[in-house]
Design a protein around this ligand. Structure first.
Ligand SMILES: Cc1cc2nc3c(=O)[nH]c(=O)nc-3n(C[C@H](O)[C@H](O)[C@H](O)COP(=O)(O)OP(=O)(O)OC[C@H]3O[C@@H](n4cnc5c(N)ncnc54)[C@H](O)[C@@H]3O)c2cc1C
Length: 247
Protein backbone atom coordinates (compact mmCIF):
# COMPACT_ATOMS: atom_id res chain seq x y z
CA UNK A 1 0.00 0.00 0.00
CA UNK A 2 0.98 3.60 -0.49
CA UNK A 3 -0.38 6.29 1.84
CA UNK A 4 0.15 10.03 1.31
CA UNK A 5 -0.97 13.17 3.09
CA UNK A 6 -2.62 15.14 0.26
CA UNK A 7 -3.88 18.25 2.04
CA UNK A 8 -4.13 19.34 5.66
CA UNK A 9 -5.01 22.31 7.83
CA UNK A 10 -2.03 24.59 8.21
CA UNK A 11 -0.65 24.83 11.78
CA UNK A 12 -3.30 22.47 13.20
CA UNK A 13 -2.13 22.87 16.79
CA UNK A 14 -2.67 26.61 16.62
CA UNK A 15 -6.28 25.87 15.57
CA UNK A 16 -6.69 23.31 18.39
CA UNK A 17 -5.27 25.71 21.00
CA UNK A 18 -7.33 28.67 19.75
CA UNK A 19 -10.52 26.60 20.00
CA UNK A 20 -9.63 25.34 23.48
CA UNK A 21 -8.66 28.76 24.81
CA UNK A 22 -11.92 30.16 23.48
CA UNK A 23 -13.71 27.91 25.99
CA UNK A 24 -12.09 29.69 28.93
CA UNK A 25 -11.62 33.28 27.65
CA UNK A 26 -13.84 36.20 28.52
CA UNK A 27 -12.58 37.91 25.35
CA UNK A 28 -13.12 36.81 21.75
CA UNK A 29 -10.23 34.80 20.22
CA UNK A 30 -11.04 36.40 16.84
CA UNK A 31 -10.09 39.81 18.21
CA UNK A 32 -6.68 38.94 19.67
CA UNK A 33 -3.32 37.73 18.36
CA UNK A 34 -2.45 34.08 19.09
CA UNK A 35 0.29 34.93 21.61
CA UNK A 36 -2.27 36.89 23.65
CA UNK A 37 -4.76 33.98 23.47
CA UNK A 38 -2.00 31.75 24.89
CA UNK A 39 -0.66 34.27 27.43
CA UNK A 40 -1.72 32.38 30.60
CA UNK A 41 -0.75 28.91 29.33
CA UNK A 42 2.35 27.30 30.94
CA UNK A 43 5.53 27.44 28.87
CA UNK A 44 8.34 29.83 27.92
CA UNK A 45 7.85 29.81 24.15
CA UNK A 46 4.70 29.61 22.05
CA UNK A 47 5.75 26.08 21.04
CA UNK A 48 6.08 25.06 24.73
CA UNK A 49 2.65 26.54 25.43
CA UNK A 50 1.09 24.63 22.54
CA UNK A 51 2.74 21.43 23.81
CA UNK A 52 1.53 21.96 27.35
CA UNK A 53 -2.04 22.86 26.32
CA UNK A 54 -2.53 20.03 23.80
CA UNK A 55 -1.02 17.58 26.32
CA UNK A 56 -3.36 18.79 29.07
CA UNK A 57 -6.39 18.54 26.80
CA UNK A 58 -5.57 14.95 25.83
CA UNK A 59 -4.74 13.84 29.37
CA UNK A 60 -8.01 15.30 30.71
CA UNK A 61 -10.18 13.84 27.94
CA UNK A 62 -11.08 17.25 26.51
CA UNK A 63 -11.16 16.00 22.91
CA UNK A 64 -13.49 18.49 21.17
CA UNK A 65 -10.76 20.94 20.08
CA UNK A 66 -9.07 18.10 18.15
CA UNK A 67 -12.05 18.00 15.78
CA UNK A 68 -11.24 21.35 14.12
CA UNK A 69 -8.20 20.62 11.90
CA UNK A 70 -8.70 18.33 8.93
CA UNK A 71 -6.33 16.07 6.97
CA UNK A 72 -6.91 14.45 3.59
CA UNK A 73 -5.05 11.21 2.84
CA UNK A 74 -4.62 9.36 -0.45
CA UNK A 75 -4.49 5.58 -0.04
CA UNK A 76 -3.36 3.31 -2.86
CA UNK A 77 -3.59 -0.45 -3.12
CA UNK A 78 -5.42 -1.68 -0.03
CA UNK A 79 -7.80 -4.61 -0.31
CA UNK A 80 -11.56 -4.14 -0.52
CA UNK A 81 -11.62 -6.05 2.77
CA UNK A 82 -9.47 -3.41 4.47
CA UNK A 83 -11.57 -0.66 2.87
CA UNK A 84 -14.72 -2.21 4.35
CA UNK A 85 -13.15 -1.97 7.82
CA UNK A 86 -11.99 1.62 7.37
CA UNK A 87 -15.30 2.85 5.97
CA UNK A 88 -17.14 1.66 9.11
CA UNK A 89 -15.82 4.82 10.79
CA UNK A 90 -18.65 7.30 10.36
CA UNK A 91 -16.87 10.59 10.97
CA UNK A 92 -14.55 10.14 8.00
CA UNK A 93 -15.34 11.39 4.47
CA UNK A 94 -14.47 9.05 1.61
CA UNK A 95 -14.07 8.90 -2.13
CA UNK A 96 -13.52 5.33 -3.29
CA UNK A 97 -12.33 4.19 -6.72
CA UNK A 98 -15.37 2.85 -8.57
CA UNK A 99 -15.63 -0.66 -9.94
CA UNK A 100 -18.60 0.47 -12.01
CA UNK A 101 -16.73 3.13 -13.95
CA UNK A 102 -13.20 1.68 -13.77
CA UNK A 103 -12.81 -1.70 -15.44
CA UNK A 104 -9.66 -3.77 -14.97
CA UNK A 105 -9.62 -5.02 -18.54
CA UNK A 106 -5.99 -4.11 -19.17
CA UNK A 107 -4.58 -6.21 -16.34
CA UNK A 108 -2.69 -9.32 -17.45
CA UNK A 109 -3.93 -12.32 -15.38
CA UNK A 110 -0.32 -13.60 -15.33
CA UNK A 111 0.66 -10.43 -13.44
CA UNK A 112 -2.16 -11.16 -11.00
CA UNK A 113 -0.53 -14.55 -10.34
CA UNK A 114 2.64 -12.62 -9.38
CA UNK A 115 0.83 -10.25 -7.00
CA UNK A 116 -0.72 -7.50 -9.15
CA UNK A 117 -4.29 -6.23 -8.56
CA UNK A 118 -5.06 -8.47 -5.56
CA UNK A 119 -3.43 -7.98 -2.14
CA UNK A 120 -1.55 -11.08 -0.97
CA UNK A 121 -1.87 -11.65 2.80
CA UNK A 122 1.47 -12.47 4.49
CA UNK A 123 0.09 -15.83 5.62
CA UNK A 124 0.14 -16.96 1.97
CA UNK A 125 3.90 -16.70 1.67
CA UNK A 126 5.41 -16.49 5.17
CA UNK A 127 5.70 -19.78 7.12
CA UNK A 128 6.44 -17.87 10.34
CA UNK A 129 3.44 -15.57 10.10
CA UNK A 130 1.14 -15.90 13.11
CA UNK A 131 -2.31 -14.48 12.43
CA UNK A 132 -4.81 -13.92 15.23
CA UNK A 133 -7.42 -16.38 14.01
CA UNK A 134 -5.05 -18.88 12.46
CA UNK A 135 -5.90 -22.59 12.74
CA UNK A 136 -2.27 -23.83 12.91
CA UNK A 137 0.61 -21.96 14.56
CA UNK A 138 3.57 -23.62 12.83
CA UNK A 139 3.49 -24.06 9.09
CA UNK A 140 5.97 -26.13 7.08
CA UNK A 141 7.40 -25.00 3.74
CA UNK A 142 5.36 -27.56 1.82
CA UNK A 143 2.08 -26.18 3.20
CA UNK A 144 3.13 -22.63 2.36
CA UNK A 145 3.94 -23.70 -1.20
CA UNK A 146 0.47 -25.24 -1.41
CA UNK A 147 -1.13 -22.07 -0.02
CA UNK A 148 0.69 -20.01 -2.64
CA UNK A 149 -0.51 -22.33 -5.39
CA UNK A 150 -4.16 -22.31 -4.29
CA UNK A 151 -4.23 -18.56 -3.64
CA UNK A 152 -2.55 -17.59 -6.90
CA UNK A 153 -4.64 -19.95 -8.99
CA UNK A 154 -7.82 -18.67 -7.40
CA UNK A 155 -7.14 -14.94 -7.88
CA UNK A 156 -5.83 -15.46 -11.42
CA UNK A 157 -8.91 -17.46 -12.32
CA UNK A 158 -11.17 -14.74 -10.85
CA UNK A 159 -9.56 -12.03 -12.95
CA UNK A 160 -9.69 -14.23 -16.07
CA UNK A 161 -13.41 -14.86 -15.47
CA UNK A 162 -14.01 -11.14 -14.86
CA UNK A 163 -12.36 -10.21 -18.14
CA UNK A 164 -14.20 -12.98 -19.97
CA UNK A 165 -17.52 -11.61 -18.68
CA UNK A 166 -16.51 -8.12 -19.87
CA UNK A 167 -15.71 -9.60 -23.29
CA UNK A 168 -19.16 -11.23 -23.26
CA UNK A 169 -20.66 -7.75 -22.89
CA UNK A 170 -21.36 -7.59 -19.18
CA UNK A 171 -21.00 -4.18 -17.50
CA UNK A 172 -18.06 -3.82 -15.09
CA UNK A 173 -20.55 -3.18 -12.26
CA UNK A 174 -21.88 -6.75 -12.70
CA UNK A 175 -18.73 -8.54 -13.86
CA UNK A 176 -16.99 -7.34 -10.65
CA UNK A 177 -19.10 -9.79 -8.63
CA UNK A 178 -16.58 -12.54 -9.41
CA UNK A 179 -13.55 -10.57 -8.19
CA UNK A 180 -12.04 -11.44 -4.81
CA UNK A 181 -12.41 -9.31 -1.66
CA UNK A 182 -8.62 -8.88 -1.78
CA UNK A 183 -8.93 -6.81 -4.99
CA UNK A 184 -6.96 -3.58 -4.65
CA UNK A 185 -8.68 -0.21 -4.36
CA UNK A 186 -7.53 3.40 -4.15
CA UNK A 187 -9.35 5.93 -2.00
CA UNK A 188 -9.17 9.43 -0.60
CA UNK A 189 -10.32 10.09 2.95
CA UNK A 190 -10.55 13.16 5.16
CA UNK A 191 -10.73 13.23 8.93
CA UNK A 192 -9.77 15.19 12.01
CA UNK A 193 -7.11 14.31 14.63
CA UNK A 194 -9.70 13.11 17.17
CA UNK A 195 -11.13 10.65 14.68
CA UNK A 196 -7.68 9.49 13.63
CA UNK A 197 -6.79 8.80 17.26
CA UNK A 198 -10.06 6.91 17.69
CA UNK A 199 -9.34 4.82 14.59
CA UNK A 200 -5.86 4.15 15.98
CA UNK A 201 -7.36 3.09 19.33
CA UNK A 202 -9.36 0.43 17.49
CA UNK A 203 -7.31 -0.39 14.41
CA UNK A 204 -3.71 -0.19 15.64
CA UNK A 205 -4.66 -2.56 18.45
CA UNK A 206 -3.32 -6.12 18.59
CA UNK A 207 -6.72 -7.63 17.78
CA UNK A 208 -7.14 -5.69 14.51
CA UNK A 209 -6.18 -7.33 11.20
CA UNK A 210 -2.61 -6.85 9.90
CA UNK A 211 -3.60 -4.76 6.86
CA UNK A 212 -5.67 -2.11 8.63
CA UNK A 213 -3.03 -2.03 11.38
CA UNK A 214 -0.39 -1.24 8.77
CA UNK A 215 -2.63 1.40 7.19
CA UNK A 216 -3.32 2.99 10.57
CA UNK A 217 0.38 3.07 11.45
CA UNK A 218 1.07 4.85 8.16
CA UNK A 219 -1.69 7.39 8.93
CA UNK A 220 -0.09 7.92 12.35
CA UNK A 221 3.39 8.42 10.89
CA UNK A 222 2.08 11.09 8.52
CA UNK A 223 -0.02 12.67 11.27
CA UNK A 224 3.08 12.85 13.50
CA UNK A 225 4.66 15.16 10.90
CA UNK A 226 1.48 17.17 10.34
CA UNK A 227 0.30 17.62 13.92
CA UNK A 228 3.45 16.69 15.89
CA UNK A 229 2.69 17.69 19.49
CA UNK A 230 -0.70 15.98 19.51
CA UNK A 231 0.45 12.72 17.99
CA UNK A 232 3.61 12.59 20.12
CA UNK A 233 1.42 12.88 23.23
CA UNK A 234 -1.00 10.32 21.80
CA UNK A 235 1.86 7.92 21.10
CA UNK A 236 3.42 8.30 24.55
CA UNK A 237 0.34 8.56 26.77
CA UNK A 238 -2.79 7.26 25.05
CA UNK A 239 -1.97 4.72 22.36
CA UNK A 240 -2.88 1.19 23.33
CA UNK A 241 -5.57 2.18 25.81
CA UNK A 242 -8.97 0.70 25.12
CA UNK A 243 -11.13 3.11 23.06
CA UNK A 244 -10.05 6.11 25.10
CA UNK A 245 -11.29 8.74 22.65
CA UNK A 246 -14.86 7.51 22.15
CA UNK A 247 -16.18 5.12 24.77
C1 LIG B 1 -11.10 -5.95 16.07
C2 LIG B 1 -12.41 -5.50 15.49
C3 LIG B 1 -13.33 -6.45 15.07
C4 LIG B 1 -14.56 -6.03 14.52
N1 LIG B 1 -15.43 -6.98 14.10
C5 LIG B 1 -16.63 -6.62 13.57
C6 LIG B 1 -17.59 -7.56 13.11
O1 LIG B 1 -17.35 -8.77 13.18
N2 LIG B 1 -18.75 -7.13 12.58
C7 LIG B 1 -19.05 -5.79 12.49
O2 LIG B 1 -20.13 -5.45 12.01
N3 LIG B 1 -18.16 -4.86 12.90
C8 LIG B 1 -16.98 -5.23 13.43
N4 LIG B 1 -16.09 -4.28 13.84
C9 LIG B 1 -16.43 -2.86 13.61
C10 LIG B 1 -16.85 -2.15 14.91
O3 LIG B 1 -17.92 -2.81 15.53
C11 LIG B 1 -17.28 -0.69 14.60
O4 LIG B 1 -18.47 -0.66 13.86
C12 LIG B 1 -16.25 0.06 13.81
O5 LIG B 1 -14.97 -0.16 14.31
C13 LIG B 1 -16.58 1.58 13.87
O6 LIG B 1 -16.13 2.10 15.10
P1 LIG B 1 -17.08 2.85 16.13
O7 LIG B 1 -18.21 1.99 16.54
O8 LIG B 1 -16.23 3.35 17.24
O9 LIG B 1 -17.75 4.04 15.33
P2 LIG B 1 -17.20 5.32 14.54
O10 LIG B 1 -18.03 5.44 13.35
O11 LIG B 1 -15.72 5.26 14.39
O12 LIG B 1 -17.63 6.49 15.49
C14 LIG B 1 -16.80 7.00 16.53
C15 LIG B 1 -17.59 7.08 17.81
O13 LIG B 1 -18.69 7.96 17.63
C16 LIG B 1 -19.79 7.47 18.40
N5 LIG B 1 -20.89 7.13 17.49
C17 LIG B 1 -20.86 7.15 16.12
N6 LIG B 1 -22.06 6.84 15.62
C18 LIG B 1 -22.86 6.60 16.67
C19 LIG B 1 -24.23 6.21 16.78
N7 LIG B 1 -25.01 6.02 15.74
N8 LIG B 1 -24.73 6.08 18.03
C20 LIG B 1 -23.97 6.27 19.13
N9 LIG B 1 -22.66 6.62 19.09
C21 LIG B 1 -22.13 6.79 17.87
C22 LIG B 1 -19.30 6.24 19.17
O14 LIG B 1 -18.82 6.65 20.43
C23 LIG B 1 -18.17 5.76 18.30
O15 LIG B 1 -17.20 4.99 19.01
C24 LIG B 1 -14.86 -4.65 14.39
C25 LIG B 1 -13.91 -3.71 14.81
C26 LIG B 1 -12.70 -4.11 15.35
C27 LIG B 1 -11.71 -3.07 15.77
Amino acid sequence: MDVRLLEATDDPERVICTAARSDYSSGFVGDQPFNETMATVDGDTLEDKKRSLTGNLLRHGHFGPFEHPQATFGVKGISRSCMAQLTRHRHVSFDVQSMRYVSFDEVDPEDVREGAMVVTPPSVTDPDWIGRNQRHADTDEETVEERKRVFRESVTQSVESYQELLDLGMAPEDARFVLPIGTEVNLVCSLNPRMLMHIADMRAAADAQWEIRELTEQFLDLAAEWCPLTFAEYDEQLKGRKNRLAP
